[in-house]
Design a protein. Structure first.
Length: 256
């Protein structure tokens, strides 16, 4: 779909919830961890336990740790060749290759123009999406050139989460979910209150509200009937929902 206006406003609450999706359990594995970070396109599993990042491959497990940088706040495995490891307390990011070897360490405390980053996400090529708390701007930062290439207009509401793919970044605030293009220009705003977190795959947006899930796209808004209410983390890839809870990682097929 081509966007002909500066941005599009969508109010999903005007769409009645359609037939609910009933997840079908297809697999489960035992997993004791502190933070389930997701999967990559090769179905490798990423998780953090005792501040160590683990990558579970088909035939082995590898890990990465850097206690000098403090607590790992986020792992973004969207690009398995450039995995983003974010350390919020020290305002730093480590880019890892597919064997979890460090490729690049970025210390934003050394950059006078970017020194209060609250959210990060992968972007295209050698770029990162960053949200700067000082300026309230969404930034595209090229870590090879060490410069900002694009920035959004200030976002006045509190930012709770950002998630991206190569060309777009979604920003969650208290009352809306906004999509930005690779020029950091606002393309679309979804008005939906009460979202606690979300995941994106292609045109599908999976939102979490307390202990419930909804799947949004341009045609529909569908509830997902959860098999249980208590979970810690989740991940959406293709038409599969991965839920981590009760020391197990469950894989569910979603027919939507």
């Amino acid at each position: 779909m081509r966007f002909l206006a500066p941005y599009i406003l969508i109010i999903f609450s005007q769409l009645g919830a359609q037939t609910a999706i009933e997840p079908i359990l297809t697999d489960s594995i035992a997993l004791q961890t502190d933070y389930f970070a997701g999967l990559d396109q090769h179905n490798n599993i990423y998780h953090v336990k005792e501040n160590t990042l683990y990558k579970i491959l088909e035939d082995t497990i590898i890990n990465y740790q850097n206690f000098q940088l403090g607590k790992i706040d986020k792992v973004d495995p969207f690009n398995p060749l450039k995995i983003v490891n974010y350390y919020k307390d020290l305002n730093s990011i480590v880019i890892l290759d597919n064997r979890l070897a460090p490729m690049k360490t970025i210390n934003f405390n050394e950059n006078l123009n970017i020194n209060n980053i609250s959210h990060v996400a992968s972007a295209f090529d050698n770029n990162l999406w960053l949200f700067d708390e000082n300026t309230r701007e969404l930034l595209i930062y090229n870590y090879k050139k060490q410069k900002i290439t694009s920035k959004s207009l200030p976002i006045l509401n509190d930012v709770k989460q950002i998630t991206s793919n190569y060309n777009h970044c979604w920003v969650l605030t208290n009352d809306s979910l906004m999509r930005y293009n690779y020029f950091a220009s606002l393309e679309e705003t979804i008005l939906e209150k009460g979202i606690q977190s979300f995941r994106v795959f292609n045109e599908n947006i999976l939102i979490q509200k307390k202990n419930s899930f909804k799947l949004l796209n341009k045609e529909s808004k569908k509830d997902i009937k959860l098999p249980f209410l208590k979970f810690k983390d989740y991940h959406l890839y293709q038409d599969y929902l991965y839920i981590y809870g009760q020391n197990y990682l469950y894989k569910y097929h979603l027919k939507f």
